[in-house]
Write a protein that binds this ligand. Structure first.
Ligand SMILES: NC(=O)c1ccc[n+]([C@@H]2O[C@H](COP(=O)([O-])OP(=O)(O)OC[C@H]3O[C@@H](n4cnc5c(N)ncnc54)[C@H](O)[C@@H]3O)[C@@H](O)[C@H]2O)c1
Ligand SMILES: OC[C@H](O)C(O)[C@@H](O)CO
Ligand SMILES: [Zn+2]
Ligand SMILES: [Zn+2]
Length: 382
């Protein structure tokens, strides 16, 4: 955003989680309690694997910041994971009450009032001495505040403070709902960009969850053909087929080996190995399936996150010059995401299957976490 001030703002200290938790007005709402419609309520998880509504103070903007009314927030698998498992890997651990949510769009209500914006979920330090920030790979910033990753609270709240320079104005034809989906879209677009996907490449997408489905839409927009997508659930593959009718689907059956699954994938693509896999599960057997589905010189690009230690078929990779690459969040993708949505090249609206008011955020989490509910993307809207 360019209309508001962009003075330097500190990072970790501004979003210090303790400041909120130790504030006299911070409290956990009792279940069934009806909060006031203007209270700054939020959904928090904690080390006891509880998820509850809290009330916290409405913050006041400092230099370079704006106050936002958060209007749409999607629940990401990582939010559910932090709630139910308390950690992702060794470095992201829930040790206290922590606010959820990082897929958000909102409206500026203090300083530059009225702008509708997508909220970039990670705020890096932006200091010239930081190599990651200076060179534009700010997803590697060691001092990033990534909302809803402990220790930082999330954007699933009513009133949220954000530095103006990490907001992205939404054109009139992009809704808050779509603005919120720009976060997972940024993940997928970072993968498309770094994977080097080219027009006409045969592409495999592993996993038809929100990230796999958004990667599917992005790969289609980028000109991949044919595209094969896998999942363990037929319902998710049916969803993928409705989203992109030309996609080939392969159901991964328990008891089959990655090599057998790869045969089926290659057959669905016309018989040959594919040129690129966008791996969106992080599951070891799925990574193996992707590797065995590739042609000589192909790339397996891993967006999914999974177990700390995984075994790879080393000699198959070596003898087939298959590259394996990874994606960690994203950098410089929001403006592109908004352009693609506004320009009609990527229609992400069908991803939202469930909508809840902020007061029912806890129920929203239970729906997002229960596969039987059939949700793809659950959003909280206010
Ligand atoms: N790299 C990043 O920065 C980044 C950012 C966001 C999400 N992620 C990760 O991306 C992954 C996907 O996210 P999501 O929100 O779509 O998750 P999700 O759990 O909703 O979807 C994963 C899908 O993979 C399917 N699946 C599981 N095992 C499979 C297998 N062996 N073969 C084929 N399909 C299989 C599941 O049925 C599910 O539909 C997660 O690991 C998530 O943590 C990574
Ligand atoms: O969308 C971004 C991801 O969910 C985050 O990287 C999370 O997985 C860990 O911080
Ligand atoms: Zn996420
Ligand atoms: Zn930095």
């Amino acid at each position: 955003m360019s209309t508001t001030t962009t003075t330097e703002v500190g990072n970790a200290e501004i979003y210090s989680p303790l400041k909120v938790l130790q504030h006299p007005d911070f409290r956990i709402l009792s279940s069934g309690e009806k909060p006031s419609p203007t209270a700054n309520i939020a959904a928090f998880y904690n080390p006891a694997h509880e998820i509850h509504l809290v009330e916290k103070p409405r913050p006041t903007p400092g230099p370079g910041q704006v106050l936002l009314h958060v209007r749409a927030t999607g629940i990401c698998g990582s939010d559910v994971h932090f709630w139910q498992h308390g950690r992702i890997g060794d470095s992201m651990v829930v040790t206290d009450e922590c606010g959820s949510g990082h897929e958000s769009a909102g409206e500026v209500v203090e300083v530059g009032e009225g702008d509708r914006v997508a909220i970039e979920a990670g705020v890096p330090c932006s200091q010239p001495a930081c190599d990651a920030c200076r060179t534009g790979r700010y997803n590697a910033c060691p001092d990033v505040v990534f909302f809803s990753t402990p220790p930082f609270h999330g954007t699933l709240t009513r009133w949220h403070l954000h530095p103006a320079q990490w907001l992205h104005r939404l054109p009139d034809n992009v809704s808050f709902e779509e603005g919120s989906l720009c976060e997972p879209l940024a993940v997928a677009l970072a993968g498309i960009e770094r994977s080097g996907l080219r027009l006409g490449d045969p592409v495999l997408i592993c996993g038809a969850g929100p990230i796999g489905l958004i990667s599917l839409l992005s790969a289609r927009a980028a000109g991949a053909e044919p595209i094969v997508i896998t999942d363990l659930f037929q319902s998710r593959l049916d969803f993928a087929k409705k989203l992109v009718p030309g996609v080939h689907t392969v159901l991964i059956k328990r008891g089959t080996t990655p090599k057998e699954q790869a045969q089926e994938i290659k057959a669905a693509a016309g018989g040959n190995g594919l040129k690129l896999a966008l791996e969106c599960t992080g599951v070891e057997s799925s990574v193996h399936t992707a590797i065995h589905s590739m042609q000589f010189g192909a790339k397996v690009f891993i967006i999914g996150v999974g177990k700390n230690e995984q075994v790879f078929p080393f000699m198959h990779l070596s003898a087939n010059e298959i590259d394996v690459s990874f994606q960690y969040r994203y950098a410089n993708q929001y403006p592109k995401a908004i352009r693609l949505v506004a320009g009609g090249l990527i229609d992400i609206k069908p991803l939202v299957t469930h909508r809840f008011p902020l007061e029912d955020a806890v129920s929203a989490f239970h729906v997002a976490a229960d596969p039987a509910q059939g949700a793809i993307k659950v959003q909280i809207q206010d």
